[in-house]
Every structure is written in C-alpha cells, then in structure tokens.
Design a protein around this ligand. Structure first.
Ligand code: HEC
Length: 308
C-alpha cells in the first residue's frame, strides 16, 4: 500500500519540484552572469575573506606578544545582569579615594551632590563639601576669595594644571579618574589588578628611577608607586582595611563614577524584559490570528489551453 502511494506521489512531486526550479531560475539575478564572471567573483571573495582572516591573525599575534598581563575577571557583586552596586563599598571607596588617590588624581567631573543618595545622605555630603575650601569670586572689591564648599561644587583638584601634575610626578601625568573604568580595557578588573599587582621586576628588566614594575600596566613600567598597603587608612564602618579590600572598594567607587546610571539601567532592563515577555504572548497570538488566512491560502497554476 505504501509502495503504491510513493509510486503515485513521485511523478507529481518531481513535476512540482521542476516547476519550482524554473520559477527560482527566473527570479535569480545570478542567471545573467557568465561562468567567467562567476569564477572571478568566487576568486575575489576568497581573496578578500583570506585577507581579512590574515589581518585578524596578525592583529591577535601582536596582542599576544605584549609584556602586559591581562587582568582576570573577578566576581564583583554587581556583575550579574540584575545586580546593583554594593553601595557600602562605594562609600568605603570614596574614603579611599579621598584619603589616598586624591593626593595625585583629580575627579573633576564628580560633584559632591552626586554622592547624595548613593553613598551619603544629603547632610553628610554637605559636610564633605564644607570640609574643602573652594576658590570663588570675584567679590565686590574685585578680589577672588576662598569659601567652604557647597553641594554643587566639583571635587577639588590636587594640581592647578597638567604641567604642575607632571612636575610633581617625575614627568608622568596622573590621569583624571572620573571615567577611568570606561577608559581602560578590563574596567574595574584592571584597576583592581593594577593596584594589587606591584611586584619585583623579572630578571633582566632594568627600570629607570621613578618607575615601578607592574605586569598589568602596558609595558610593565609605571610612574605610580604602589599606593595601597594593609591598614593604610581606617574605614569609618570598621571594615578591616587590608590592601585588597581598599583596592576592591576604590574599584567599585570608580566603576560607579564612570557609570552612575548602572543601577537604574539594570532596573529598567528588568522592567522591559517583564513587559516584553507579557506582550510577546499577545503578539504571538495576534500574528497567528492575522496570518491564518495568508498561510492557508492555496494558489493553483493553470496553463492556458493551446489553440492548436
Ligand atoms: C603619589 C601620587 C599617586 C597616588 C597617591 C596615586 N596615583 Fe595613580 N597614578 C599616578 C601617576 C603619576 C600615574 C601615571 C603613571 C604613568 O603614566 O606611568 C598614575 C596612574 C594611575 C592610573 C592609570 C594607569 C593607566 O592604565 O594608565 C590609575 C587607574 C591610577 N593611577 C589609579 C590610582 C588609584 C585608584 C589610586 C588610589 C588608591 C592612585 N592611583 C593613587 C600617581 C598616583
């Protein structure tokens, strides 16, 4: 029985397949291209593809030959797609920045008001701002004057200009840290690895005066001495201030400074995903409903009767 069915079905199937083939051939744009042109196209495509692969391979090999170590990816508490920052850590990181890094690094795009509701209450942030003196003026006598900071003031800079910064640091410029985790490959992983990665230079590597060995810094020789040591500062919340704890907290603080919208962004993503998964089922039903007619339509091809 099954044999008969295939026998009957075969000629019909092959006929429709043949018709289909003709139709496709009529629609195809390749039909008008000669064999010579096709060969040329194939050779051209292979050459371009091969060239691109070669460039990529060369690029990768150059990267692999660098002396800098790639930072590992640490398990930050904000890594997951729905994880927010550890705000207690941001607060401790601010303490580290203020007491250690701010001696050399500016964060000129951060104002005291940015801390409100993130790491400090409004009154605490006001007190932080008031602890620094800010140049203001001119007053009615035309003189510039110093006043205690306000919430709207930006973090003070350690040096008046880049030249002064270089002069104080053996010619190396301490970069502004406002957006540093976005400005370096590896982001906060790189900052943490850099701060905790100082070690003796390997045999055969001589460093000039004022340079320190750090395998995570491109080239290995960095103009910044090791900044963090155990018990360097005391945390106001009593957390034991080991060097790695300090490095971790300041990395989280710098990550927040670079991406202050981080928490809102992830919260928004959560809402969007929830909304879209609800809407998706409605859209799927509507699609099936509207397409039901289109999909069950049947076309028939009837050749004209010949008049002979
Ligand atoms: C004594 C001054 C000084 C202190 C304190 C200091 N730095 Fe630096 N830092 C520098 C200098 C100088 C450079 C530039 C080094 C170079 O280009 O060779 C630098 C560079 C950097 C860089 C950029 C590295 C790169 O990839 O270009 C980062 C990130 C950094 N410091 C973070 C910190 C953090 C975080 C702290 C606080 C824990 C800190 N620094 C404390 C002087 C300092």
């Amino acid at each position: 029985m099954a044999g008969v069915a295939t026998k009957l079905a075969k000629p019909i199937l092959s006929k429709t397949a043949c018709q289909k083939g003709q139709q496709v051939a009529q629609l195809s744009t390749l039909r008008e291209i000669s064999t010579k042109q096709k060969t040329l196209l194939t050779v051209g495509g292979t050459l371009i593809g091969g060239g691109a692969a070669l460039c990529l391979a060369l690029d990768q090999s150059v990267k692999a030959s660098g002396l800098d170590a790639h930072p590992p990816v640490y398990s930050w508490s904000h890594n997951g797609i729905f994880d927010s920052f550890d705000h207690a850590s941001i607060r401790r990181g601010y303490e580290v920045y203020k007491q250690v890094c701010s001696a050399c690094h500016s964060m000129k795009y951060l104002a005291y008001r940015n801390l409100v509701g993130v790491s400090h209450t409004e009154n605490e942030a006001k007190a932080e701002a008031e602890s620094v003196m800010v140049l203001d003026g001119p007053n009615e006598d035309g003189e510039m004057f110093q006043r205690p900071g306000k919430l709207s003031d930006y973090f003070p800079r350690p040096y008046p200009n880049d030249e002064a910064a270089r002069a104080a640091n053996n010619g190396a410029l301490p970069p502004d840290l406002s957006y540093i985790t976005s400005a370096r490959h590896g982001g906060e992983n790189y900052i943490f690895a850099l701060l905790t990665g100082y070690c003796d230079p390997p045999a055969g590597i001589q460093l000039r005066d004022g340079l320190y060995y750090n395998p995570y810094f491109v080239g290995g020789a960095i103009g910044m001495a090791q900044a963090l040591y155990n018990e360097l500062i005391e945390y106001s919340d009593g957390t034991p201030a080991t060097a790695s704890q300090l490095a971790k907290d300041v990395s989280v603080f710098l990550k927040w400074a670079s991406e202050p919208e981080h928490d809102t962004r992830k919260k928004m993503a959560l809402k969007v995903i929830m909304m879209f998964s609800m809407v998706a089922s409605v859209i799927y039903y509507l699609k099936r409903h509207k397409f039901a007619l289109v999909k069950s339509r049947k076309f028939q091809f009837k050749p004209k009767e010949s008049h002979q």
